[in-house]
Design a protein around this ligand. Structure first.
Ligand SMILES: [Zn+2]
Length: 236
């Protein structure tokens, strides 16, 4: 029992690098967004118009573009086929808005093509929603129980939580691909000038780092559980 609490320093050792990476990525996104939300695109199209054009030019006229609340809360909802953009992205004709709007439209394109990683990710959502909170609880219960029963229960918790880590890893190709589609379309459609593509890339690449940090965070937590439990299994 003591080793779980005594392992707090150990937990920091496992989680600190990912935590620092996560904070760094967040700062990078906010910095890039702040800078490039003040740089106007030469076409003067706002995020909503950029998304609309990208969707229409790919035959996705049925996908709606709506404004939603919040800061950087932009997302594509595959169930209702709606692309929701935050007010600053929806309304402003900036490089940051164009990049984010095109990235979200990229997710709609993936959905229309049944892009495998996106489909797998969507299928996993319900089990991940349960596993992400139930996994750690079952792990704790198993850890406090004695003997092999406890160990088995704890491993079951690790297995549930592993879904969260797997989900975070599958998110990576989905996000990278949406960004690739956004950059390609913005450049070839003439919405973005050559000289403007760097600003778009800065914003989207910074955002990609937050997903990398998320995946490393989930993996390092998983490794921590495995490390604690394999030490205990040897003592059983
Ligand atoms: Zn995305």
């Amino acid at each position: 029992m003591g080793s779980l609490f005594g392992g707090y320093g150990l937990y920091l050792l496992f989680s600190l690098p990912a935590l620092i990476l996560g904070l760094w990525a967040q700062a990078k996104v906010q910095g890039a967004f702040k800078k490039y939300s003040q740089v106007r695109t030469y076409t003067g199209l706002n995020g909503a118009e950029v998304a609309r054009r990208m969707l229409d030019s790919n035959g996705l006229n049925h996908v709606k573009v709506e404004q939603t609340q919040g800061f950087l809360s932009d997302h594509y909802d595959p169930r209702s086929k709606v692309l929701r953009l935050s007010p600053s992205v929806y309304q402003s004709p900036s490089l940051a808005s164009a990049g984010i709007a095109a990235h979200e439209a990229g997710h709609a394109l993936q959905d229309a093509e049944s892009y495998p990683a996106l489909r797998l990710r969507s299928t996993m959502v319900p089990s991940v929603q349960i596993g992400s909170w139930l996994g750690p609880i079952i792990f704790m219960i198993g850890f406090f129980l004695q003997g092999t029963v406890g160990t088995t229960v704890a491993w079951f918790g690790v297995g549930l939580f592993a879904l969260t880590a797997l989900f975070a890893i599958i998110t990576l190709p989905v996000e990278f691909d949406a960004t690739r589609r956004a950059k390609t379309w913005l450049a070839t459609s003439g919405i973005i000038y050559n000289q403007e593509s760097e600003g778009v890339a800065r914003v989207l690449d910074a955002a990609a780092w937050t997903y990398v940090a998320g995946a490393i965070q989930a993996l390092s937590t998983l490794l921590y559980y495995v490390f604690l439990l394999s030490g205990r299994s040897r003592r059983d």
